[in-house]
Design a protein around this ligand. Structure first.
Ligand SMILES: Cc1cc2nc3c(=O)[nH]c(=O)nc-3n(C[C@H](O)[C@H](O)[C@H](O)COP(=O)(O)OP(=O)(O)OC[C@H]3O[C@@H](n4cnc5c(N)ncnc54)[C@H](O)[C@@H]3O)c2cc1C
Length: 292
């Protein structure tokens, strides 16, 4: 059924403190809208359960990218275009810049925000596997104060998160200690632009003497939440990069994922493609002896 605008209340208090005060008065009643690219899809389909909407897209407090000696702190209200255009993100966090460039078309990148992608909690969110391999932290804020949590703990189940009813995601923090890592990301969708991913792999490794010293892997669209593939990482660490390693790691990876059949793809296709992406990543590492 089409949504009737008269059924909705829209507030735009204009400052973070005033938005948090609304949340504190009626926790869980107000739905924040940042870029609106997910919320408006629900609204147009008549599937938006919330009736009280509060604009956070104009909060300057959430639109900053702060770079310190040790980390970059990205305001949750930064758009994908903000991320792509930032020199530190482009140079030091290429996977994030890449995910931003893959997220919908230009119009979507100009409005959609990193915080919205995280809070929307889709298993197919493109930035989410990237934040997992970067070991990002989230700063959540309410009138009660701030708390900093590892992003990897945030999604607790399909569309479930640790966000309390009076909280907003304030910022995303990524450590700048990634020198020496080779990074890789691939999104497989129905077409190059404007496609929700069927499979996403983000990966990083440090290699010495053709042996994997450290590796981080995360996948999207192969389970109810984007996941860090910690078992597969263990299987790869300290090993020479050859076909037998790919076979062993692929078997472990198959146990870690829970792909489903849905309108976009089949579980079998998703598993096979993820294995191919792992192979492609390993093949690109220095000293790899993996036959195609
Ligand atoms: C045409 C189109 C193409 C798209 N393509 C892709 C794609 O390729 N890859 C992809 O990953 N996504 C894609 N999306 C989905 C969407 O653009 C992203 O998820 C985007 O990051 C959402 O951000 P937003 O600011 O628009 O969120 P909104 O729609 O404003 O909000 C989304 C949800 O997050 C909550 N929220 C927003 N900000 C915060 C905050 N700071 N704290 C707490 N909660 C918050 C809102 O209450 C809402 O529940 C696409 C959407 C469209 C319409």
């Amino acid at each position: 059924m089409r949504a009737d605008p008269a059924d909705y209340e829209l507030a735009a208090p204009g400052t973070l403190e005033k938005v948090l005060a609304l949340f504190a008065d009626e926790p869980g009643s107000w739905l924040p809208i940042a870029g609106g690219t997910d919320v408006m899809v629900l609204y147009s389909a008549g599937k938006l359960p919330a009736r009280k909407l509060v604009n956070i897209g104009d909060l300057r407090e959430l639109r900053r990218i702060e770079v310190t000696f040790s980390e970059v702190r990205i305001g949750a209200g930064c758009t994908y275009s903000d991320l792509s255009q930032h020199s530190v993100i482009a140079n030091e966090f290429p996977l994030l810049a890449q995910a931003a460039a893959w997220t919908g078309g230009i119009a979507n990148q100009n409005r959609g925000t990193l915080g919205g992608n995280i809070a929307n909690a889709s298993p197919a969110g493109d930035s989410l596997p990237v934040l997992l391999v970067y070991d990002a932290d989230l700063i959540l804020v309410s009138l009660r104060g701030e708390r900093r949590i590892p992003y990897r703990t945030f999604h607790t189940g399909y569309k479930k998160t640790l966000l309390a009813p009076d909280e907003l995601i304030h910022s995303i923090c990524i450590s700048r200690n990634l020198k020496g890592y080779i990074s890789y990301a691939e999104k497989v969708g129905a077409r190059n632009a404007q496609a929700i991913s069927k499979v996403f792999l983000a990966a990083m490794a440090r290699v010495s003497n053709a042996t994997i010293e450290d590796v981080r892997l995360a996948a999207g669209s192969v389970g109810p939440v984007p996941i860090r593939l910690t078992g597969t990482e263990l299987a790869l660490a300290g090993r020479a990069i050859d076909n037998s390693l790919l076979d062993t790691a692929s078997k472990v990876m198959a146990q870690e994922i829970q792909p489903i059949n849905d309108m976009r793809s089949t579980a079998g296709y998703r598993s096979a493609v993820l294995r191919n992406l792992l192979g492609e990543f390993l093949q690109g590492l220095p000293g790899a002896r993996i036959a195609s």
